[in-house]
Design a protein around this ligand. Structure first.
Ligand code: C5P
Length: 328
């Protein structure tokens, strides 16, 4: 490794590091080649989103079951000879220092007082500000990639603290897969991988508008709060390897988003008319997901929606790092 560390390297306990990496075995694995490190950052969907109440800090108390899907951004990290973090993105408006991926790299540098420069190239495939967690996933991928590439002695608590600083969804992406997230989103309980055959294929439709998560949460009426019933029900069903009841795939932000953004309501109607059996909002939207048991049906609906000018991705649930074979 030719990276010049700008701090006096602590005595690294190789055993502890390998234990730590073993614990993270189902998180993204960075592909490292000399001076360059590639990592994938997967998108997520929310199977449920229960908003329990508003907290004193302005955030909302949540219970949400999330799953990573195989729509991903690719990040390429290089060690640079200056002492800066630079980020270039295929989506020009994301090429700036405020990008969560750049901020994640800065946090790691600050934590270890590193002066080593880092260049980040970000190939964006996950639509931005879409409810698919793309920016959060990019940030988590940078934390994990730097940890693995530079063998940094970051404990799970260090990683979690950095992740929470970057955003409520970032802790989930440190492990990915299927998880129940509570609190602001930072209390992550990883669930055993299980995915019902009814949802084998997923269409992700992104209406051509942006939705501000903060605005959606701010204007949410108290009547849309729930007590976490849906998330508990989905968790129990999936843990028992049962097919969940569709009415438990509930998103507490959906009613408000459909009412405020007619483009999202229209896209939902169009999906249903084209033959999607079920449609749900992911996160604060505007992306809608529709599950299918058969690829042919998913492709047929995708083609119809694309003919109407919609951006639609065909995807499936994925458990990152599980290798090429996936049981669901
Ligand atoms: O944490 P993050 O920056 O991703 O959150 C974006 C916005 O979403 C916050 O500024 C807040 O308005 C809202 N939010 C919330 N409660 C949460 C997560 C996010 O109110 N648990």
């Amino acid at each position: 490794m030719t990276v010049v560390m700008g701090y006096s390297s602590p005595m690294l306990d190789k055993f502890l590091i390998s234990m730590q990496n073993a614990r993270m075995s189902h998180a993204q694995e960075a592909r490292i080649s000399g001076n360059v490190c590639f990592v994938r950052a997967y998108a997520k969907i929310n199977l449920t989103l229960d908003i329990l109440g508003r907290r004193a800090d302005g955030f909302h108390e949540l219970a949400t079951v999330m799953q990573t899907v195989d729509l991903y951004d690719t990040l390429c990290l290089t060690a640079t000879s200056d002492d800066r973090v630079t980020l270039i993105c295929t989506t020009p408006e994301l090429s700036n220092d405020e990008n969560l991926a750049a901020r994640a790299a800065q946090l790691v540098r600050q934590h270890f007082a590193l002066t080593q420069g880092i260049g980040i190239e970000l190939y964006k495939r996950i639509p931005m500000a879409a409810g698919l967690g793309g920016g959060s996933s990019d940030a988590a991928a940078v934390l994990l990639a730097l940890q693995q590439w530079w063998q940094l002695p970051l404990s799970s608590t260090d990683l979690l603290n950095m992740a929470v600083t970057l955003g409520s969804d970032v802790p989930f992406f440190l492990t990915g897969g299927l998880a129940l997230c509570e609190g602001r989103g930072e209390r992550v309980t990883t669930l055993a991988p299980y995915w019902p055959s009814l949802m084998r294929w997923l269409l992700l439709l992104k209406p051509a508008i942006s939705v501000s998560t903060a605005a959606v949460f701010r204007s949410l009426p108290v009547g849309d709060y729930t007590d976490g019933t849906h998330s508990r029900a989905i968790r129990s069903a999936l843990q028992a390897r049962n097919t969940p009841r569709l009415e438990d795939l509930y998103n507490g932000l959906e009613r408000s988003v459909l009412e405020t953004y007619p483009e999202v309501a229209r896209a939902r109607d169009d999906l249903l008319k084209a033959g999607a059996p079920f449609v749900r909002l992911s996160g604060s939207g505007p992306t809608l997901f529709a599950p299918f048991s058969e690829l042919a049906c998913a492709r047929m609906v995708q083609a119809q929606m694309q003919a109407q000018g919609y951006e639609v991705h065909l995807s499936r649930a994925i458990h990152p790092g599980a290798g090429n074979v996936c049981v669901y």
